[in-house]
Design a protein around this ligand. Structure first.
Ligand SMILES: *Cc1c(COP(=O)(O)O)cnc(C)c1O
Length: 505
């Protein structure tokens, strides 16, 4: 066995991984990458079809980002933001504020300040603590700020972030550690109890038959809380698409309606753009077909954030994963002057935001983020993303003939493909059948890497992915579904594991 793999098996405990299964398999050990591909220790190349768990934007080893990090290394790697300012973090803060600038003229709604941290979870913790304390300072120290977040929400794995989330599997064990938050119905058109449409061979958002009952449900939550005499302090959401919930997109118009309701009830808006930020949700237009405007010139200043695309300005904008182009762990929480001002005072008033991390404002991370923003804001990148978005739309159509494909949901450059026993009934695979895992294993054997979310296969190509590479990603998925699920129910977990094992030797 390769000595590196032996070390991994002996010492490393992997995240979100059943280590008993892991230890039965031979892991793919990545040693290098280039563009949309990664190479393992045996020299085999794979397509990185989920952008290294949703982080990578421009591909691996991008010359511009590499050069920016190297330039910064020639100066300094890190100095503390506790007590000192630094060059790249200062420049980046200005650039992020400009990138998030909404169309609105209302100055009070603008995001003006950037608080740095290290990961998506920590970006949410910052927003959570700021919103909590802001509410206590404006409503009075006796107030008990309450948060409303969405069904199926995932906001990270630290205790505050888990408290905001609503994935029962992750909650169960830690219930005693969490603080209570309320949940509101999130749209999930494909499995919506209010959708009266029969299944069709199309994205359920587009053929759904409903009366926006889901919006009514959110409204009810806000009204009920108001009646309790303690209106929600903040509404927390992933805009346009919920990621870890299963790549669940919101029908056009939903976000605007519910955020208007939240504002009407005096709640702050906390947008979690950890997955959706930096162009992931597309270049322009509300649907994928309009990715490339036929007449109008492409907007180089295309909104980089999902909230921007939907015309929503939050009070907190949380970004991480793609911030550094997926190179280094760095996160930011953008917020408004209004929030910032509530923390100003004489030193001895102790209104300071007592929060921070050792690597806050890391210089290498900020340098990478600046290079990534430079790339994103070129005409070439906008055009490339628009083309890729269109190409993804076309390729995904080839999956509809498969009876195990129930729903295909694309938002910009993210897609979730929900696997079912039979599309006519929407009957789901049981989790213990490991349908998603089996399909991803079969994709890996074809040289394409991604990770399932239960029965949903996520595709999130790096922006540098060529049409040919995209065809291979979707082609591998098509074959994998047929191979792994055609005789659905007859393949047991153990035989499929054995197959994987031999294929990866
Ligand atoms: C990944 C993710 C997080 C957590 O980010 P980490 O960097 O893993 O802590 C939070 N919110 C969303 C929407 C995410 O996709």
């Amino acid at each position: 066995m390769n000595p590196l793999i032996r070390l991994d098996r002996q010492f490393v405990w992997h995240p979100f991984t059943q280590m008993r299964d892991w230890l039965k398999q031979k892991p793919i050990l990545i040693v290098s990458g280039r563009g949309a591909t990664v190479r393992d220790v045996t020299g085999r190349d794979y397509l990185d079809a989920n952008a290294s768990i949703w982080t990578n934007l421009h591909g691996h080893r991008h010359p511009k980002i590499n050069a920016a990090i190297q330039r910064q290394l020639g100066k300094i790697a890190h100095s503390s933001a506790l007590g000192f300012a630094n060059e790249p973090a200062s420049v980046l803060a200005g650039r992020l504020v400009a990138a998030a600038r909404p169309a609105t003229k209302k100055k009070s709604l603008r995001l003006e300040k950037v608080f740095y941290s290290d990961d998506g979870s920590t970006a949410l913790e910052v927003a959570l603590k700021l919103a909590y304390e802001f509410t206590r300072r404006t409503r009075g120290p006796k107030s008990r700020p309450q948060f409303l977040s969405l069904q199926g929400a995932y906001h990270g794995d630290t205790i505050g972030a888990v408290s905001l989330g609503h994935i029962d599997l992750f909650h169960r064990a830690y219930g005693g550690l969490l603080f209570p938050t309320r949940k509101a119905m999130a749209p999930y058109c494909y499995r919506c109890p209010f959708n009266r449409a029969k299944p069709e061979r199309a994205d359920a958002r587009h053929y759904r038959k409903c009366q926006w009952e889901c919006v009514g449900q959110v409204e009810k939550k806000f009204s009920a809380q108001k009646k309790r005499g303690n209106p929600y302090a903040a509404f927390v959401f992933e805009p346009l698409m919920q990621g870890a919930a299963g790549m669940i997109p919101q029908p056009a118009g939903w976000l605007r309606q519910v955020t208007d309701i939240a504002r009407h009830h005096g709640a702050l808006l906390i947008a979690d753009e950890v997955m959706t930020g930096f162009g992931r949700t597309g270049v322009t237009g509300q649907d994928e077909e309009s990715a490339i405007p036929k007449t109008a010139p492409l907007p180089v200043a295309a909104p980089l954030f999902a909230t921007g695309r939907a015309g929503v300005t939050p009070d907190f904008l949380c970004v991480a994963k793609g911030l550094t182009g997926g190179y280094l762990p760095m996160a930011a929480t953008l917020t408004s002057q209004k929030i910032f001002d509530a923390f100003l005072g004489r030193y001895e008033e102790f209104k300071t935001f007592f929060h921070g991390h050792s690597f806050t404002g890391n210089q290498l991370g900020a340098a990478a983020a600046l290079a990534s923003l430079d790339l994103l804001q070129t005409k070439q990148s906008v055009l490339q993303r628009a083309l890729l978005q269109k190409c993804l739309l076309q390729e995904l159509q080839t999956l509809w003939p498969l009876p195990q494909v129930g729903d295909i949901r694309q938002v910009g450059l993210v897609a979730g493909i929900e696997l079912v026993k039979d599309w006519r009934t929407r009957a789901p695979f049981e989790l213990r059948e490991r349908a998603g895992i089996r399909v991803c294993e079969a994709m890996a054997r074809r040289g394409v890497l991604t990770r399932p979310i239960g029965n949903v296969i996520a595709l999130m190509p790096p922006y540098c992915t060529t049409p040919e590479q995209l065809r291979r990603m979707v082609g591998a998925l098509r074959e994998a579904v047929t191979e792994a699920l055609a005789t659905s129910g007859t393949i047991t977990g153990s035989t499929s594991r054995a197959k994987t094992h031999s294929a990866r030797l």
